[in-house]
Design a protein around this ligand. Structure first.
Ligand code: NI
Length: 621
């Protein structure tokens, strides 16, 4: 076992037993997180590597959240603390619990009856994290704000018929309904939501087969992967899901480190409807619910072709019992069209080289929505990160005669509101070693004048981002801005510092007012780029406990120290935002929306590192 391998079933079981026996928690306590307490770089280098578990528990009787570290070998709690004011994430079981709590209260049953709904089994209530809106009676309580739907006739879409204007407010600690927010009856929209038709399927699709007669080009040893000079380790935890460790590239017989750790560390989806109870709708899927706990087992359907290698991981339930997810991570190779080409028109000689990429991915189903997180490794040294968003766009009911002011009409009587998807990716960098520096590059045009007679003068200007406050940056369309993490020690054959460039892709700025309650809790989304000096506990950009948190934690808090970012251990953070107005074509299930960005080598190599990729097929000339 490697020290960065995710916890196995027996380790999870042992960690839970040690906490139960030694923490003093009572029988109402449940396990929010049991995950690997990752060894530090120093511990990894020293080779003394005890297995430790990070454990977070919620004790319902006292409405308190605790966390600590379990030393698995010595079967003891290495640390344990109450975290004042913190609310643990809402786990999958608590989600189900909230549904039951609302349905067992006559006030809610009556509100359904007013709408002609009597079959409680057909109703789905999702108790969403309540956020922090300064509403009386919520502070310090464990509150969830419910959204409700009726399942469609075909039984394949539990979100098929939204119940308008009805929101049960649930106290998850007291296990009781606080109140019902009822903003007036709206008729149930017609049933248009069947997702898996059996009839009328197209019949003109012929087989398209990917064959790899000699097998894949990757090698796997446990969770370690080697492919086309790349090295990477696959990791997992119940909060972030897929984590990549120790990303490096073999170059001239040496393994050159690039990233120590990479993950999608937090995300939020704020919705833009200010009316009724809709303003409360925002989802920190990582920090409030846990992406990793909700990964699909790709046994049940994987979208990949070719030779696929799956990795199993182990999550856990709220009792602390292991909850294995078979085939949670998918890895395969993909043909990716042309890598490079040159034709010598004088001699007629040409070389065309095809690109292939290694794809490491996992897919999370969280309520109505589905997120795929895809990591790509290319033969030219590029690393790609892509989010694939699919599933059912959040449906709400539209009152008769109402126009969909805050969203798009997707089906008769069904509106899906404007929203944004905002992801924060964390990259613990080590470009050619731990001493890295951060800079920004802008393409700047020069004013016309004696030195620029023809008005064409422009330069790519690189400036250091010397400290954490200076390194909070937005994209700039006019200057094609990008960011770089460079080695402070190593130079390429041209005398330039070896570096990786963070190349933004599709992105936008938040629609939220910067002082809005959700914005204060998700300040990360207001800057596309952040860089911090590495600190062991600084993993999550909205803090460790965003559930019902008033805000200000994470990146905005850490960076007030304004640590220098020259020749140090750098963590780079990239925010990927996109705005979304669902269309009729997104109903009842949305074709994938893609959003991506890349890390590209910039002077990391002396020349095109893919010059040695052999040409595909017959070479002409
Ligand atoms: Ni969306």
């Amino acid at each position: 076992m490697h020290p960065l391998d995710p916890l196995g079933a027996e380790e999870i079981r042992a960690a839970a037993a040690i906490v139960r026996a030694q923490s003093g928690l009572d029988g109402t306590a449940w396990f929010e997180t049991i995950s690997l307490d990752e060894p530090t770089r120093e511990e990894l280098a020293a080779g003394s590597l005890p297995r430790r578990a990070y454990v977070c528990c919620y004790e319902r009787s006292s409405n308190r959240t605790f966390r600590g570290v379990v030393h698995l070998g010595e079967e003891r709690l290495a640390s344990w603390e109450h975290v004042p004011g913190a609310q643990a994430r809402i786990g999958p079981e608590e989600f189900e619990d909230g549904d039951k709590i609302a349905k067992s209260d006559p006030r809610f049953v009556e509100a359904l009856a007013k709408r002609g709904i009597t079959d409680l089994d057909s109703v789905l209530i999702e108790p969403w994290a309540a956020g922090h809106f300064g509403i009386a009676g919520e502070d310090g309580q464990r509150i969830a704000y419910g959204h409700c739907w009726v399942c469609n006739e075909a039984g394949d879409n539990r979100y098929g018929r939204p119940i308008g204007n009805l929101h049960p407010v649930i106290d998850l600690a007291a296990r009781k309904l606080v109140r019902v927010d009822d903003f007036g009856v709206i008729p149930l929209p017609p049933d248009t939501a069947a997702i898996r038709p059996e009839e009328g399927l197209r019949t003109d699709i012929r087989p398209l087969e990917i064959t790899q007669p000699e097998g894949p080009s990757f090698e796997v040893d446990g969770y370690a992967v080697r492919w086309q000079k790349w090295r990477v380790r696959i990791g997992f935890n119940v909060r972030e899901g897929l984590v990549l460790h120790e990303i490096g590239y073999e170059d001239g017989g040496r393994l050159r480190p690039i990233m120590h750790r990479a993950s999608m560390a937090e995300m939020v989806v704020p919705y833009a409807n200010p009316m009724g109870g809709q303003f409360r709708r925002n989802a920190f899927d990582t920090g409030e619910y846990g992406i990793g706990a909700l990964l699909d087992s790709l046994k049940l359907g994987c979208d990949c072709l070719g030779h696929i290698r799956y990795f199993d991981v182990c999550a856990h339930d709220w009792n602390g019992d292991p909850w294995p997810i078979e085939n949670a991570v998918c890895m395969h190779e993909e043909d990716f069209g042309i890598l490079w080409k040159h034709t010598d028109t004088h001699t007629g000689k040409a070389r065309a080289v095809r690109s292939r990429r290694l794809v490491i991915s996992s897919i999370c189903t969280i309520g109505n929505y589905v997120y795929g997180f895809f990591w790509y490794f290319y033969q030219d040294g590029t690393i790609g990160v892509e989010v694939k968003a699919t599933g059912i766009p959040f449906p709400s009911a539209l009152g008769e005669g109402e126009t969909p002011e805050w969203g798009g009409l997707v089906a008769p009587g069904i509106v899906s509101d404007v929203h944004q998807h905002c992801f924060s990716f964390r990259f613990d960098m080590c470009v050619d070693g731990p001493g890295n520096s951060v800079s920004e590059v802008n393409f700047e045009k020069l004013p016309r004048g004696p030195g620029n007679l023809h008005g064409n003068a422009a330069k790519a200007v690189e400036r250091p981002l010397a400290s954490e406050l200076a390194a909070q940056r937005e994209m700039d369309l006019a200057t094609s801005r990008y960011w770089k993490v460079s080695s402070a020690a190593r130079r390429n054959g041209l005398g330039q510092p070896t570096a990786y460039r963070l190349q933004p892709g599709m992105n936008t700025l938040p629609l939220l007012d910067p002082d809005a309650p959700v914005a204060r809790r998700a300040a990360f989304m207001f800057k596309h780029f952040w860089a911090t000096r590495h600190a062991r506990d600084e993993l999550y950009p909205a803090g460790w406990f965003p559930n019902q948190h008033p805000g200000g934690d994470g990146l905005p808090r850490w960076t007030t120290r304004d640590a220098p970012l020259t020749d140090t251990d750098i963590v780079a953070w990239y925010t990927l935002n996109f705005s979304h107005l669902p269309r009729p074509e997104d109903w009842p299930v949305q074709p994938v929306v893609y959003a991506n960005f890349h890390w590209m080598p910039e002077g990391f190599f002396d020349q095109n590192p893919a010059l040695d990729v052999p040409p595909a097929g017959r070479e002409r000339g």
